[in-house]
Design a protein around this ligand. Structure first.
Ligand code: CAO
Length: 552
């Protein structure tokens, strides 16, 4: 065992950077390179990594302190034998960051030729010297085309494994274009956009080498934290982080370790309330946010800001009430359960009811039954329903849509594929009959029977159950006077069909017995409004009530 002091590594000559996060506590065991504290200069933040693996004996700085290269920030106990207790081991003074993680100042001299003061010249914006590293992540785009920027303003933020930094505007001017996006990878010298720079006496087009801070002038593996110190002070010094937090609420400031943890936890950083210096999100903020979400979910509390916050079902031992047998659910049953819950919770349902007078349709169907059987086809009401639904989807295309995932578009479909719910011993399956609007009654009858058989025999392929625009769920053969079906999203409508009954209907002079088919149309009220639903249902009923129109 040996004790070793931990010192702030090479900060590229910069002084007095802020300690913005303490990532470990006394007693913690850390691996070599684990983040111990996070420091931040004006334009970059970096982790100070553990120089060796070991146990943290002390941390002598606090959040908000200022530190410089060589400052002692704590002590670590290592397994290595023979190290002096007083002298820091070699590693403690080594530059902390591998080159890949230390984006530095622009190494590229500015490309534009010197121009008279005040004249605008277009120039490429290039990724500055990343210390030889390749492919760091673009994690933020801070400007867009047309924005006016001051020299040194952040244009994009890039992040390596342990440090993030702003890529600053090489000059004051106007952004013409930014050619990278969040998630792209960039390397030194990559062009990330074009700007119109305003040349002036104070900012010559060709920066002097000392100001450009080319890679060759830097100490090897210079940490990112204080790269900005080498920059010429352009616009009045301002706190970019604070300013951007106030103006662009979507932007979040956090150290690389916090960003990494947020990614691991699946937390969107801009939902977390920052409590760190300069409104930065700390690890504690992340933990507090996750704890709060878990608590909300468990208590069932519905937050003002949204979230379903559904209370968990209590665990019940049913055997205390009588004998029970616990069986595994089939795969289909589990998938159906998950889909139903998802659709029920996500889709604001409305169900509209009506009865179709199918007396004539039934007379026609019965008259055709024998002929159909000769052709090997069973003519039930389902093929007629398929045909009527297809006609209604063409006549009232407001139902032949899906909501786009981006929440800003509607997908209108120019095909008519209809799903048919089939009750099978293993659970509910919904095969899809394609191009229903182009098929005749016999074809539909044949296909519906074949699909129902395949479903019951477990022979449907995944593609047989994809692509429906609308679903029919017929419980007519089973019974019931009505039910409210759940929309099979991303479809926006489903027709529930119940058992027909013979009822006295008033024809204007007398009551006559009519065969009435109860229909229930559930729809997603985000995509379809009541008027559209009313028209769709009325059209559907008129088609089913007038078999001649249906067969046209
Ligand atoms: N009213 C009265 N009788 C009806 C009817 C209705 N609405 N619909 C069908 N029938 C009759 C048929 O005409 C047939 O009688 P005949 O043999 O005398 O002609 C009989 O009921 C049996 O029909 P079927 O079940 O063989 O065929 P189908 O075309 O009516 O239905 C299918 C096919 C696949 C839709 C059906 O078998 C099925 O699985 N339905 C259940 C769907 C379901 O589970 N929905 C709920 C989903 S949400 O949980």
């Amino acid at each position: 065992m040996a004790k070793q002091v931990i010192k702030v590594p090479d900060l590229g000559g910069a002084d007095q950077v802020d300690v913005i996060e303490i990532s470990v506590a006394v007693g913690d065991t850390v691996a070599e390179e684990d983040a111990l504290i996070v420091v931040e200069g004006d334009k970059a933040s970096m982790d100070v990594p553990a120089p060796v693996a070991g146990k943290i004996l002390s941390i002598s700085v606090s959040e908000g302190d200022k530190v410089s290269e060589g400052d002692v920030i704590g002590e670590i106990e290592t397994d290595a034998a023979g190290d002096s207790a007083e002298e820091p081991a070699q590693e403690a003074e080594q530059p902390a960051e591998p080159a890949a993680e230390q984006p530095a100042q622009p190494a590229e001299p500015q490309q534009a030729a010197a121009a008279p003061a005040g004249e605008a010249t277009e120039q490429d914006i290039v990724v500055p010297d990343l210390g030889g590293a390749d492919a760091v992540d673009v994690i933020e785009i801070s400007v867009s085309a047309g924005d006016e920027v001051d020299e040194g303003d952040s244009l994009i933020v890039v992040e390596g494994d342990k440090a993030s930094m702003d890529v600053p505007a090489p000059k004051a001017g106007t952004i013409v274009s930014i050619s990278v996006k969040d998630g792209d990878k960039v390397s030194t010298g990559d062009v990330i956009g074009v700007m119109k720079a305003v040349s002036g006496a104070a900012a010559p087009a060709q920066q002097p080498a000392a100001e450009a801070a080319p890679a060759t002038e830097q100490k090897p593996a210079t940490p990112a934290a204080e790269q900005a110190a080498a920059e010429p002070p352009a616009a009045p010094q301002k706190d970019q982080y604070l300013e951007r937090d106030l103006t662009v609420s979507a932007e979040v400031y956090a150290g690389p370790a916090v960003r990494k943890l947020a990614r691991e936890l699946g937390v969107t950083l801009n939902k977390v309330k920052p409590t760190g210096p300069r409104n930065r999100v700390t690890k504690d903020d992340l933990h507090a946010y996750v704890k709060e979400q878990v608590k909300k979910a468990e208590s069932g509390a519905v937050g003002v800001g949204g979230g379903l916050g559904i209370a968990k079902m209590p665990e019940i031992d049913f055997s205390q009430f009588g004998p029970v047998n616990v069986e595994p659910m089939s795969k289909i049953h589990k998938i159906t359960a998950a889909n139903m819950a998802r659709n029920w919770l996500n889709v604001p349902h409305v169900t509209q009811f009506d009865d179709a007078d199918i007396t004539e349709l039934e007379d026609f169907r019965k008259s055709m039954k024998a002929e159909a059987e000769k052709r090997g086809v069973k003519l039930t009401p389902v093929p007629f329903l398929l045909k009527a639904v297809a006609a209604a989807l063409r006549a009232e295309p407001s139902f032949n849509v899906s909501l786009h995932n981006d929440g800003e578009h509607i997908v209108r479909k120019d095909y008519v594929h209809v799903g048919m719910a089939v009750d099978t011993p293993k659970g509910l399956m919904v095969p899809v009959i394609r191009d229903v609007d182009k098929k005749g009654l016999y074809d539909l009858a044949e296909e519906a029977t074949a699909m129902a058989l395949a479903a019951r025999d477990g022979k449907l392929k995944p593609k047989d159950m994809q692509g429906a625009c609308f679903t029919i769920s017929s419980l007519g053969a089973i019974g019931g006077t009505g039910f409210t079906p759940i929309v099979n999203a991303p479809e926006v409508g489903i027709l529930g069909v119940s058992r027909l009954s013979v009822r006295p209907e008033w024809n204007g002079t007398e009551f006559v017995p009519r065969k009435m088919l109860p229909l229930a149309l559930s729809y997603d009220h985000r995509a379809v409004n009541g008027g559209d639903a009313g028209r769709f249902m009325t059209y559907l009923v008129s088609m089913l009530s007038d078999v001649r129109r249906l067969l046209l």
